[in-house]
Design a protein around this ligand. Structure first.
Ligand code: NAG
Ligand code: NAG
Length: 407
């Protein structure tokens, strides 16, 4: 036999083997997939109810996504900021990601936060390496740095965040963190703090330090101590180039409608119950507000700038279109609230899935579902708080959950 016919026989042999092996491999792959699915749903059974709800498809599909819609990007970077109702937006993203089998970049520490008091590093992500499979979404607390982009090299990424009026935000932050942040605790009242902030800042610990001044500017990765209007303006320009949508807490519904438009979501995807709501509200004097705006110059500029940007986007998409979606959202939220929400209760009166983080000395209320609400997958997922959600994602991605705190 010459070399050519040996080569020919070899090729025929290979072809036959491939023809027989391929269907076999396919069958084995199917088997593996089903057993993997069985295993993940078994692993997820920390509580009988949740995995069942999370693994069944949504049973309400009254609003379809527009068929001609194409999302702006495939992947999502969400900068979850403090005291801006960002948990509500995070809940929307977690639900959507889970429904569409997306993978999340989760903290290597096994907690439900990245180290948001320091600049983000790609190596803070569980299982990160340059050649490892890339995640689809990052949505847990972090301080933005260009390292975030290392997780999404070569992908089209949607950058999303949310900011709030700095005056009401700082008041809320001050009261919320009074028990945990030494600089606020020492001052006692917001007025005392603002009279001589530097005095109190000397006593803060590194982890809560950044809450003292312009914490939004800090979370976007810039210097919060910077007061030079020229540099603040430059920073805003950089942020504007990177971020596709910066939502505004005061216009939450409109912001969610823009998000829906950009990513081709459905009305169900973007509806939300308001959680993390403080029980009481107080009002600041004009003098305190003025002191605050001077102190929070950078965040105030950030807010004004991106509030304008939001409304420009709304007029670009079409005010009527946004208004229609906002109305549909409100109707569905009303409907779901009537059906599913019994009330808002402090943590100790709630089941673990609905408890929220509360800093020392604070009472933060979570959602108590009705009996019907417990059985409704959408309501259940909307009411579930960050920690059980993170546990669910970790389990689905095979990450150990033993370091996750309890509320
Ligand atoms: C946000 O921008 C819109 C449009 O420019 C304006 O009407 C509105 O008063 C602004 N809201 C706040 C809270 O600054
Ligand atoms: C000192 C300073 O720049 N203060 C500004 C803070 O932000 C508000 C708008 O939110 C401006 O009106 C102030 O002039």
């Amino acid at each position: 036999m010459n070399a050519i016919s040996i080569g020919g026989m070899f090729r025929t042999g290979v072809t036959i083997v491939i023809l027989i092996l391929l269907p076999l491999l396919y069958i084995v792959k199917l088997k593996l997939e089903t057993s993997y699915e069985r295993e993940t749903s078994y692993i997820s059974t920390h509580d009988d109810l949740v995995p069942r709800l999370l693994h069944t498809d949504m049973n309400i599909q009254t609003f379809a996504q527009e068929s001609h819609c194409r999302p702006i990007a495939e992947k999502i970077v969400f900068l979850k900021t403090h005291k801006t109702a960002s948990s509500t937006v995070q809940n929307v993203l977690l639900r959507w990601g889970r429904k569409n089998k997306k993978t999340f970049a989760l903290p290597k520490s096994g907690k439900s936060i990245f180290k948001y008091w320091k600049s983000f590093k790609a190596s803070d992500v569980h299982g990160y390496c340059e050649s490892c499979p890339k995640p689809d979404i990052i949505a847990h607390h972090l301080r933005y740095s260009p390292e975030v982009e290392k997780l999404f090299v070569g992908d089209s990424v949607y950058h999303l965040s949310i900011i709030r009026n700095p005056t009401s935000m700082f008041e809320s932050l001050f009261n919320y963190m009074k028990g945990a942040a030494p600089q606020f605790k020492m001052a006692g009242t917001l007025d005392k703090f603002l009279d001589n902030p530097h005095k109190f800042m000397k006593h803060s610990k590194s982890m809560t330090d950044f809450f003292s001044k312009n914490h939004l500017t800090y979370e976007f990765g810039f210097d919060p101590m910077q007061d030079d209007p020229k540099i603040i303006a430059e920073n805003l320009k950089i942020i504007g180039q990177k971020w596709d949508l910066i939502m505004i807490t005061e216009y939450m519904a409109e912001s969610l409608a823009v998000l829906k438009h950009d990513l081709c979501l459905t009305i169900e995807d973007v509806v939300c119950f308001i959680t993390n709501a403080r029980p009481k509200k107080s009002h600041l004097s004009t003098k305190t507000q003025e002191k605050l705006l001077e102190w929070n110059k950078s965040d105030a500029r950030l807010y004004d700038h991106f509030n304008k940007t939001l409304w420009k986007r709304i007029s670009h998409i079409g005010e009527e279109k946004i208004a229609t979606d906002v109305q549909k959202m409100r109707n569905l939220i009303d409907q779901l609230t009537k059906k599913c929400v019994l009330g808002y209760l402090p943590n100790k009166e709630l089941q673990p899935d609905f408890r929220t983080y509360q800093p020392p000395g604070m009472i933060v209320k979570g959602i108590q579902l009705t009996e019907e609400g417990f059985k409704d997958p959408l309501c259940y997922q909307m009411a579930m708080s960050e920690l059980p959600w993170t546990r669910e994602l970790m389990k689905a991605q095979g990450i150990p959950t033993n370091k996750l705190d309890k509320y």
